[in-house]
Design a protein around this ligand. Structure first.
Ligand code: PSU
Ligand code: MN
Length: 307
């Protein structure tokens, strides 16, 4: 027997509701980056700046989170600030999205949960920093982000600076290929590695403009191909931390995580925070720059799709 279902509990912010009524292009944004990815107040400032980039690109930002038992699509300034300053916000993925809705616990959405919410809200494009992936040592820990599974099943295009360099990138690419997820280097032949423009791996596909990506998405839809697409957009040259330079910090952060017994959902937030300290804040500056750059490209794609 199946559980009887009702309409999804979506609550649209005023700006998003107006955009939907007018048929304007929307770009979804996640909120785990706000609650677990960056410290206060850089998290709120970045969230606002990223929303501004999307507006400047002719689209409307829809930041997603779970509050008071509803999936909120589009957060006003006060709500965003409340989310950023509340402690004990759950980091939600597919497994626990409904838990936050049912219990009324506040929750921020990861890439996976944001994709689910964006699909429910009919938003085809989503910008973030870097997607989760296969963690190093996954052959013993089995730590593979639910983001990859979601990319395999939910039809949302995610613009990210590749996958975070703290991960095992070759294995991440293998899993994406198995799940049928197109990984598109945006204006590059190389797979970007979050803080760095190159990972030493080749991007499986390459497209050079938002119009080309829109055409590709339309071809996928015409073939009835389900699942998401990963647009891997390298951090701007001026903001990058070269791979050789960041590698030592990644090794040290991974060793610290192992020594402190960090596991499961805590791994990614711990590593991002630890990297921030090891780089004297530089990793955060690069993270902010790459999210803005992804928002710019996502807005271009949303506008091109709406044409
Ligand atoms: N990108 C960032 N900062 C982040 C994340 C992505 O620049 O904090 C978050 C996303 O929400 C992503 C999550 O879904 O990290 C991955 O967590 P995990 O490895 O536990 O699946
Ligand atoms: Mn994990």
């Amino acid at each position: 027997m199946t559980t009887p279902s009702s309409a999804p509990p979506l609550v649209f912010g005023a700006e998003v509701a107006a955009a939907r009524a007018a048929g304007r292009p929307l770009v979804a944004l996640e909120s785990t980056i706000v609650t677990h990815g960056m410290p206060f107040p850089a998290n709120v400032e970045t969230a606002r700046a990223v929303e501004a980039v999307i507006r400047a690109g002719g689209a409307v930002p829809a930041t997603i989170a779970v509050l008071d038992g509803a999936i909120r699509v589009g957060l006003d300034d006060t709500t965003l600030e409340r989310l950023a300053t509340t402690t004990d916000v759950m980091k939600l993925s597919r497994a626990d999205l409904a838990f936050a809705v049912a219990t009324g616990r506040p929750g921020s959405t990861t890439v996976a949960a944001t994709m689910i919410a964006a699909a429910l809200a009919g938003i085809p494009v989503f910008a973030t920093g870097g997607v989760g992936g296969v963690h190093r040592g996954a052959e013993t820990t089995f730590d593979v982000s639910a983001d990859l599974e979601e990319l395999g099943r939910t039809a949302v295009t995610v613009v990210a600076a590749g996958a975070k360099a703290i991960l095992d990138l070759p294995k991440t690419l293998e899993v994406l290929e198995t799940k049928g997820v197109p990984v598109i280097g945006y204006g590059t032949d190389d797979l970007p590695a979050f803080w760095s423009r190159t990972s030493g791996l080749k991007a499986p596909l390459r497209l050079d403009s938002a119009a080309e990506i829109a055409a590709f998405l339309k071809a996928r839809a015409s073939l009835k191909l389900t699942g998401g697409v990963l647009v891997a957009n390298p951090v701007p040259v001026a903001d990058e931390i070269p791979a050789a330079e960041i590698a030592v910090h990644i090794e040290a952060a991974l060793a610290a995580a192992a020594a402190q017994g960090i596991t499961a959902k805590a791994v990614t937030p711990f590593l991002l925070g630890d990297m921030l300290e090891r780089t004297g804040g530089r990793s955060l500056q690069t993270n902010i720059a790459l999210v803005k750059n992804n928002a710019r490209v996502a807005a271009e794609i949303a506008v091109a799709l709406a044409r």
